[in-house]
Design a protein around this ligand. Sequence first.
Ligand SMILES: [Zn+2]
Length: 95
Amino acid sequence: MLNIVYYFIKMIESISSVKIENYDTLNYEQLKILKLQIENEIKNYNSKINKLKNLYINIDNLTYKKCNHNWVKESSCAAYERPAVYCNKCLSYKK
Ligand SMILES: [Zn+2]
């Protein structure tokens, strides 16, 4: 478990402005500040991830609209299921 914490701290240090060294020697107030810094980093990354997800969805919708689709039936489904239809160019399922 400690190795995971150490790894996490090194990762945070490498990709953020938060500097964490010898955190086990920090006092209570310093630890509280450190926790806040890490919480802020997590919020920043979550915000970036959400922006990237929205961007991805928008681009995915645009590629769907702009693709000159070539619809094919999926062959790997069970006999009782209706075969799904997808485009073998943009790899989207028919909407
Ligand atoms: Zn397509």
